[in-house]
Write a protein that binds this ligand. Structure first.
Ligand code: 1CP
Length: 345
């Protein structure tokens, strides 16, 4: 069996167009809720090898995909940093908020040893999945983790975080530096356990004041990649600067990622012209277009993306996670359109 298409394309080899979906493992597959019911606490769920493995492989039962993404959450880093992370039904995640200026910035915690089940699940999955299915390990980017850690929960504008950036700048950057090391550590652990591809989610990068985008998004990502390379991890890295607009161009040239994942708001013709041509592009179908069924627009939307991306290193994906309302039949239709288009190239 050959190596997975995503690793191949990211190494610069000619391949068919790879396809997988952000948040493919959860929510929109009814069977997920049966698995989810076996553990009420979401953190405990993310620390249970059997449940991690079942959730990771669940979408492979329904879809012909080129990758599985390991089932975990970006907030497992703050959890391992002892921030008292909790997931409450209908309220989302919460944790002990960090107070700007707080002197103890939680350095030198061995977070990797606390995430042993994640490591073991990756090793098990890499040994049991076919070689043609890439295994994606991931982490949140330092800015996005800092957002949750300072706010203590999700937010629509992360005002406390942005205020801390201006008022306690030195402290804020020290927190970012601390998180760079933890993100590098957790990605290194996933790589050594058997992941084939690594992804960094900067889900709140659109909250960064533009004059700080370099300092808070690009440079931390480049430092993480540098640390990984210095530890002999040569795996490709996908970066996802969600909704970062025109700043994605600079990110594509300077963050050292091998692929940039684009949200659904990005004009792909603009992206093809402006994004670093040496790296791959992933994206960017609107996940909401997978909700109406039957859909008159789906086929046309998918073909438009494929036509624009012709000739570029490209991984088909959605522009953000699949939502609970996404229809399995629509997802399968997208896969079959991409596969048949790709074979005709
Ligand atoms: O009880 C439940 O089932 C909780 C729902 C849930 C799930 C299924 C959460 C809580 N996290 C996850 C899994 C998850 N999270 C995966 C696994 C793979 C998959 O589903 O295919 C991944 C890759 C993530 C990553 C993640 N978590 C991100 C980055 C991607 C993105 O969507 O931008 C973010 C921002 C989170 C935080 C988070 N975890 C969970 C929720 C509800 C949230 C968002 C909170 C908010 O609105 O701020």
């Amino acid at each position: 069996m050959s190596e997975n298409l995503i690793s191949k394309i990211l190494k610069g080899e000619e391949t068919e167009i790879p396809i997988w979906f952000l948040r493919q493992a959860g929510r929109h597959i009814p069977e997920y809720f049966e698995i989810r019911k076996r553990e009420t606490n979401f953190i405990t769920f993310c620390l249970n090898e059997e449940l991690i493995i079942e959730s990771t492989t669940l979408p492979l039962k329904y879809y012909d995909l080129d990758a599985a993404i390991i089932f975990s959450d970006i907030l497992m880093i703050p959890w391992a940093m002892n921030r008292n992370v909790q997931f409450t039904k209908n309220h989302g995640p919460s944790m002990k908020p960090m107070i700007p200026g707080e002197t103890k910035i939680l350095k030198n915690i061995c977070i990797v040893s606390k995430l042993e089940p994640l490591k073991n699940s990756i090793t098990y999955l890499r040994n049991s999945l076919p070689k043609s299915t890439g295994l994606i390990g991931f982490a949140g980017a330092p800015w996005t983790l800092a957002c949750y850690m300072i706010e203590g929960k999700g937010s629509k504008d992360f005002i406390k975080t942005r205020k801390a950036l201006w008022s306690s700048h030195k402290w804020f950057m020290e927190l970012i530096e601390t998180l760079i090391i933890y993100v590098a550590d957790i990605l290194e652990m996933q790589a050594k356990a058997g992941a084939d591809i690594l992804m960094i989610f900067d889900s709140w990068s659109h909250m960064i004041p533009n004059s700080f985008f370099n300092k808070c998004a690009i440079r931390p990502t480049a430092r993480i990649v540098d640390i990984l390379r210095s530890r002999n991890i040569s795996l490709p890295v996908i970066g996802f600067p969600f909704k970062a607009g025109a700043s994605i161009v600079k990110y594509s040239f300077e963050s050292k990622v091998d692929c940039v994942s684009l949200d659904w708001s990005v004009d792909l013709k603009w992206a093809v012209k402006n994004i670093n041509k040496n790296i791959a592009i992933q994206g960017n179908l609107d996940p909401a277009s997978l909700i109406p069924f039957p859909s008159d627009h789906l086929r046309k939307n998918v073909l438009t993306i494929l036509d624009i991306m012709k000739g570029r290193k490209f991984i088909f994906n959605v522009g953000h996670g699949l939502t609970p309302e996404c229809k399995i039949d629509n997802v399968n239709e997208v896969i079959s359109i991409v596969r048949s288009y790709s074979r005709k190239l």
